[in-house]
Design a protein around this ligand. Structure first.
Ligand SMILES: Nc1nc2c(c(=O)[nH]1)N[C@H]1C(S)=C(S)[C@@H](COP(=O)(O)OP(=O)(O)OC[C@H]3O[C@@H](n4cnc5c(=O)[nH]c(N)nc54)[C@H](O)[C@@H]3O)O[C@H]1N2
Ligand SMILES: Nc1nc2c(c(=O)[nH]1)N[C@H]1C(S)=C(S)[C@@H](COP(=O)(O)OP(=O)(O)OC[C@H]3O[C@@H](n4cnc5c(=O)[nH]c(N)nc54)[C@H](O)[C@@H]3O)O[C@H]1N2
Ligand code: SF4
Ligand SMILES: [Mo]
Length: 776
């Protein structure tokens, strides 16, 4: 009989934070199952969890630093690699200025404890303004709304799905994505419970998605028209006298301005543009307003489109004006054990917007970064401030940014590039040096980011299952080493930098986590305070309620808001509770948690109001699509994760998922049969992929998943290359953006469709379509 052992952890592959149990025989994994005792996920996990093992065992994974040479990739020592990276970066900066080095930080960074803790010092040491990340192809819009309305970009509103009576999902597909900015593992079970208590789920999406399948209602909506729908819903609220600001009325400003602003947006006028009937818009609004509690939730489909900011703003306004902001069953705020929003408030680092503009397109900065849609142009456009060297970390911009081909070209032109990543993929193959960190099972995990958006407060620490390979480095070690090497050499600063380096090195990511837990709102018990200290705490709160000192206490174990619930959290305590600790349902947190002036919520920030004109134009617009024109939307699949998990055979096996979904009627109209190859082209490129006909999508809309396109030579992803697919981002236009922020508008771009079969007057030469008339 093998000697089986069980290892308990949190899966960190997506945002759901599922508890899993890994059964292994001396490290050889026998099974991965959902952990029933996890207080958040209660046994749920998705098919992707097994990929943790596949990533660990993947022969394609890199373990040692690699240097590109004319003869190919060569393994080099860490010391040489780190020194070389630092000196190449310093050289570029010495010659062309600090901003000549750019950095792109990808999505898995937020799923990595060590990176979360050490990225900031690294960015300071790098000293460049040319910072980019996946934020600006993802959740920037809800962050900007949080900044403008609540004063802190990480104060996300989270749908209180476990207590709500009505949930409306706008442009999100949690049945495939497992939820985003809403950590709710086992979404389906939560919806079932909602339905069993008499509540309902409504989905509004141009596609009848997997989430729509389990919903009580689904409305098709024309892509990119969600803001109009919300204007009409707000209009109905006022018209039918359903506005209710609940207990926050004295903290809200601008209700009347909202009323005026929505006046012209009647459901009748909006119905045509959105494709949702007048009656349905009214009924939806009335149902929502009359529900005991309700939450309106929107995600990728409404965040990365031309009106992404506006839509996120109007969602918050709608929740607020129906009495569902910060109330159980509505949208609420978390109080995580490491209270990052609280700490940010305390440090006065709620966030920033438009403090400077990008060089080429003058896009606004957000959170210290420029929109990634302009990254390629910042590399390709000559002049002072041109990016000549890049750092990429845990990202795959060639597949994930709009106009990926342009990104690819730009990366190929750099003087120097380094990638911190354990795969040689479509992006990292352009690097001169790759620094591969340890894999997910080789380091401890605590979710610093996703605990900010979870539907229930919990805390859990997962130790490493495997000892890292000899002579390997964690992400945090790589950052710390590079930070040290990039610190300015002035004696004073150097002393500070060296101290920081040593501190981080000796604490490690676990030591830093322990500190943060102890000092967090559920940390060391206040019972351990002397009577005098307790009296002091009371005095500070009483005499200086709004001061920095009080804020400091708020995010500490001595907080007035958490005294009733003490957990004495520390790393050790979490280690004693390997399934995690339940910290209870979300609690009302306003106005205390607001970081705005006077703790008030401005429903009508000027920046957002400027968009109303553009919305009006959208409403008045009468565009007729040409017969071959389609509106492009994206798609996620349960067994994919952005661009980087197609190298797991267990996840990619089965039918080709990189297909273009089209309505039957469009197929018939254009003579396209199921499975036929179609060519989808745009202003920036074209791709060819099989059509998949369905009645689950609106006519004239085409849905293509992202993250594919692994045919590019030069990468080392043997399984992904056999299931290459094509990249939707080879046709998404990088100039198609949300005008407020510069965030990529992936949704709603116009493309044209043609087929090789019915194409007339066109011949194909070397995979290029050439109009027959132009051939001599
Ligand atoms: N399995 C899996 N899980 C994932 C990921 C993954 O790639 N695969 N990625 C993770 C990441 S990084 C993220 S950010 C989250 C995203 O999480 P979600 O936002 O839930 O994911 P999507 O599937 O992109 O859902 C967007 C939905 O919006 C719809 N849509 C598109 N355009 C519009 C529009 O204009 N209006 C409306 N109303 N709807 C529109 C699409 O049809 C789609 O159903 O998922 C995370 N989880
Ligand atoms: N058209 C279109 N484009 C999209 C989207 C869409 O819906 N449609 N979605 C957008 C969204 S929401 C997102 S978040 C982005 C994602 O875009 P990116 O973040 O740029 O790309 P990923 O595919 O997540 O690539 C992750 C990379 O990180 C590496 N990696 C994984 N774990 C670690 C780790 O612990 N440490 C390090 N150092 N590296 C690691 C992987 O090997 C991989 O190379 O794509 C965006 N692009
Ligand atoms: S939903 Fe799947 S990938 Fe996401 S955390 Fe849970 S098991 Fe991991
Ligand atoms: Mo994302």
């Amino acid at each position: 009989m093998p000697d089986l052992q069980t290892h308990t952890r949190t899966c960190n592959l997506c945002e759901a934070m599922c508890g899993i149990e890994i059964t292994h025989d001396q490290g050889h994994i026998v099974s991965i199952k959902g952990d029933k005792r996890d207080p958040l996920s209660k046994g749920f996990m998705c098919p992707k969890a097994v990929a943790l093992q596949d990533i660990h065992d993947d022969p394609d994974r890199l373990h040692y630093p690699m240097l590109k040479t004319p003869q190919g990739w060569e393994q080099i020592s860490w010391e040489n690699a780190l020194n070389e990276v630092a000196s190449r970066i310093r050289n570029v900066q010495a010659k062309h200025g600090k901003n000549a080095v750019g950095i792109y930080i990808g999505n898995p960074t937020i799923h990595n404890l060590g990176s979360m803790l050490t990225l900031k010092p690294f960015l300071s040491a790098l000293g460049t303004q040319n910072r980019f990340s996946a934020t600006s192809v993802d959740q920037l819009a809800p962050m900007l709304v949080a900044l403008k309305m609540f004063g802190n970009q990480t104060l996300f509103t989270v749908p209180d799905i476990d207590r709500t009576q009505m949930m409306v999902c706008l442009g999100a597909n949690p049945m495939a994505s497992n939820g985003s900015l809403m950590t709710a593992p086992g979404f389906k079970n939560r919806v079932k419970a909602l339905q069993e208590r008499g509540g309902k789920l409504v989905v509004i999406d141009p596609r009848r998605t997997e989430t729509a399948e389990i919903a009580d209602q689904h409305h098709f909506i024309r892509p990119g028209t969600d803001a109009l729908l919300l204007m009409a819903m707000l209009h109905t609220l006022f018209r039918q006298d359903l506005v209710n600001t609940a207990n926050l009325s004295s903290h809200m400003q601008g209700v009347n301005i909202v009323k005026n602003m929505v006046a012209g947006f009647t459901p009748q006028r909006v119905a045509k543009a959105t494709g949702i009937k007048t009656k349905e818009i009214r009924q939806l609004t009335v149902d929502f307003a009359n529900a005991d509690s309700a939450c309106l939730y929107g995600r990728m489909g409404i965040s990365t489109q031309a009106f992404g900011t506006t839509t996120n703003w109007l969602i918050t306004v709608f929740n607020a004006l129906t009495g569902n902001l910060d109330n159980p069953g509505g949208v609420m705020f978390t109080r995580p054990a490491v209270d990052l929003p609280g700490l940010a408030n305390l440090l006065g680092q709620g966030g920033s917007f438009n403090s400077r503009r990008s060089r080429v397109h003058k896009y606004p900065e957000f959170g210290g970064e420029f929109p990634a849609a302009t990254l390629a142009d910042e590399m390709l456009t000559p002049g002072k401030g041109q990016i000549r060297a890049m750092v990429t970390c845990a990202g795959n911009p060639v597949l994930s940014l709009p106009n990926g081909k342009k990104v690819e070209k730009a990366l190929g032109n750099l003087d120097f590039m380094v990638s911190i990543d354990f795969y040689l993929n479509e992006t990292t193959q352009h690097a001169d040096i790759i620094l591969p960190p340890t894999g997910p099972l080789e380091h401890g995990h605590y979710d610093l980011a996703l605990n900010m958006v979870t539907v229930r407060n919990t805390a859990k620490y997962s130790p490493a299952l495997y000892k890292p390979m000899p002579d390997s480095r964690h992400d945090w070690q790589i950052f710390n080493e590079l930070t040290r090497r990039l610190q300015p050499l002035s004696p004073l600063k150097w002393a500070g930098g060296e101290l920081q380096y040593r501190l981080i090195k000796s604490l490690g990511s676990e030591g830093m986590l322990d500190l943060l837990l102890r000092l967090g709102p559920y940390g060391t018990s206040p019972d351990q305070l002397s009577e005098l200290q307790k009296a002091l705490v009371k005095l500070i709160y009483k005499r200086f309620p709004e001061s920095g000192l009080s804020q400091l206490l708020d995010v500490s174990p001595y907080s007035r808001h958490t005294h009733r619930q003490q957990h004495n959290l520390s790393l050790k305590k979490l280690q004693q509770h390997p399934h995690g600790i339940d910290l209870g349902p979300l609690q009302p947190a306003l106005p205390e948690r607001l970081a705005t002036q006077g703790k008030s919520i401005n429903l009508v920030p000027k920046l957002f109001m400027q968009e109303i004109n553009r919305l009006q134009q959208q409403l008045d617009q009468k565009t007729k699509l040409s017969p071959d024109a389609f509106i492009l939307i994206g798609r996620r699949h349960l067994r994919s994760n952005n661009s980087w998990m197609h190298n797991s055979q267990r996840l990619v096996k089965g039918k080709n998922r990189c297909t273009a979904l089209l309505h039957f009627s469009d197929g018939e109209r254009l003579g396209i049969r199921d499975g036929d190859p179609v060519i989808v082209s745009s202003s920036v490129g074209e791709i060819e992929l099989p059509a998949q006909l369905t009645d689950d999508i609106m006519p004239s809309v085409i849905s293509i998943p992202h993250g594919w396109g692994h045919h590019r030579s030069g990468s080392q992803l043997s399984i992904a290359q056999q299931n290459a697919g094509v990249s939707i981002n080879d046709i998404t236009d990088d100039r198609s953006i949300d005008a407020v922020t510069g965030v990529a508008a992936f949704s709603g771009q116009l493309v044209t469709l043609s087929t090789t079969r019915i194409e007339k007057n066109v011949v194909r030469i070397n995979d290029k379509r050439i109009a027959a008339t132009s051939i001599p």
